[in-house]
Design a protein. Structure first.
Length: 78
């Protein structure tokens, strides 16, 4: 029962961290198309890319929390 909230928080942390990383890469290497903001000053392109990436992971694993938890554990051990 405690694993599900931990997994949700881990995915959220990964989403935020990858968004920040992509933003820094965009600034560093001049990828202005990537860091373009909308009228709400949201980095919408980065969010769409991340949402697509993380959704594809869920689709590939067929939504199995066990596989996602194993992926998380392997990532922590490295």
């Amino acid at each position: 029962m405690l694993g599900q909230p931990a997994l949700i928080m881990a995915v959220n942390t990964a989403f935020v961290a990858s968004s920040e990383l992509m933003e820094r890469v965009g600034h560093r290497y001049g990828f202005h198309w990537l860091i373009a903001t909308n009228r709400r000053h949201s980095l919408y392109r980065i969010h769409v890319i991340n949402a697509t990436f993380f959704s594809s992971i869920v689709l590939i694993t067929h939504g199995s929390q066990m596989i996602l938890a194993d992926m998380y554990a392997i990532g922590l051990s490295r």
